[in-house]
Design a protein around this ligand. Sequence first.
Ligand code: SF4
Length: 92
Amino acid sequence: MDHYTKKQELRVCRKCLLYAENREEFFRKLEAYIANLDEDDRTDQETYEQRLAQCAHCPHLVTDGMCALCGCYVELRAALKVRRCPDTVRKW
Ligand code: SF4
């Protein structure tokens, strides 16, 4: 077994495993988490929608609303005031 193959076998993505276990439950919990964010931490609705509109047309948006650059679910990232788009030229 070469070094690359051995390294690949050791990689485990816990998020993917949780996701694969129960996809609907995972997204239900994610939505509930976003809905229950503290108001001090949460972006206002207008900003949230503007951010998601940028993501919706972005080539880095991949399966299930995940950003390929940071690995975040964009609906969660966009809901947090302190977060920014991770692209080198930020879209929000
Ligand atoms: S966070 Fe930025 S880079 Fe990622 S999908 Fe949204 S707009 Fe694109």
